[in-house]
Design a binder for this molecule. Structure first.
Ligand SMILES: Nc1ncnc2c1ncn2[C@@H]1O[C@H](COP(=O)(O)OP(=O)(O)OP(=O)(O)O)[C@@H](O)[C@H]1O
Ligand SMILES: [Mg+2]
Length: 139
């Protein structure tokens, strides 16, 4: 089976400090893969390289068959990511956050508004979609 993710001899150095040292692994398409390690092991640094946020010092990464360095846009279009710290805007409502992210992902604004409205109507959260996130978190 084809690998959805392939990492070969990946290394990341911050000046003299080696945060990720020569790691290689493959993830088969359709499989579930967990990436575990102690604090400071280099997990976040690796994920940043896989998601094009950090440039490796050396090594190769292929996602969905696309070279992450040479075919960055196509590699980016091949994954989704849920961040450790959320990337929502507290000054927007839940509805507006969905529209905002839709636009970032090049969904036409009108379609984003329509889909976000549908999402909130069908979610059972109703009015929550119209309240600023910081008010929901404070409640
Ligand atoms: N931008 C940076 N500059 C210098 N050193 C860094 C940088 N980013 C990370 N490091 C160092 O690289 C090492 C690996 O860090 P990383 O954040 O990848 O670990 P982690 O496995 O995600 O840890 P945790 O479980 O605590 O989240 C750590 O020693 C960290 O201090
Ligand atoms: Mg981390």
């Amino acid at each position: 089976m084809q690998n959805i993710l392939s990492v070969q001899s990946l290394t990341k150095k911050f000046d003299d400090f080696t945060a990720v040292k020569d790691i290689s692994f493959n993830v088969e398409t359709g499989s579930i893969f967990a990436f575990l390690g102690p604090n400071g092991a280099g997990k976040s640094t690796t994920i940043k390289m896989l998601t094009t946020v950090l440039k490796p010092t050396s090594g190769e990464i292929s996602i969905n068959g696309f070279n992450v360095l040479k075919e960055q846009d196509r590699a980016r279009a091949s994954f989704g990511i849920v961040f450790q710290d959320h990337s929502l805007d507290d000054e927007l409502t839940a509805y507006e956050n969905v529209v905002y992210h839709a636009v970032i992902y090049k969904v036409p604004k009108k379609k984003g508004q329509k889909e976000s409205g549908k999402l909130w109507r069908s979610s059972g959260f109703g009015i929550v979609g119209k309240i600023m996130l910081k008010s929901i978190q404070a409640a």
